[in-house]
Design a protein around this ligand. Sequence first.
Ligand SMILES: [Zn+2]
Length: 188
Amino acid sequence: MEPSLPEVNLLLSGGIDSTALAAFYLSRGVLVKGFHFNYGHPSFAGEKRAVEKISSHYKIVVTTIDLGLQIFSNKGEYRCRNATLLFSAASISSSKSARFAIGIHSCTPYYDCSQSFVNDIQRLFDGYFNGSIQVEAPFLELTKGEILSLCDKLKVPVKITHSCERSSDIPCGECLSCIDRRTLNEDK
Ligand SMILES: [Zn+2]
């Protein structure tokens, strides 16, 4: 039997970070399977358009999951979002062992973008799955600028990504993702 390719389940949002993470894994010969979630957020439609382009660019199979609930957002911080998405992805997987990756990075003020969050998720996965399910966040210590440099290096089509957290169409210009994106454009 052929050895199976290493494989990772990646949370895609259509944004720069998760797209760069897809490129990062693919450049290392890892097969990427995408998950995109609708959690009642205003930017879902815009994200979906971007995810479809990313999926066809990289030939990634993407599963879209409608959570059927609206995650509460307090000034851009979605309550329990990353935990909800990781556990939802893990809960529908029938694999005995699997890796789940998320494109969180440094310089973000939220608990669910921190090393403690990753450790806490891993602890719960270990409780449920006895060490066979891993959470990965390879960009945890990278700044947004470092992710953009990686995008240049890996020729990530940043233009097809969607970043605004508040709008599917015209970027609001005010959310953390819009501010990040503007800073990046100014730095270029
Ligand atoms: Zn915005």
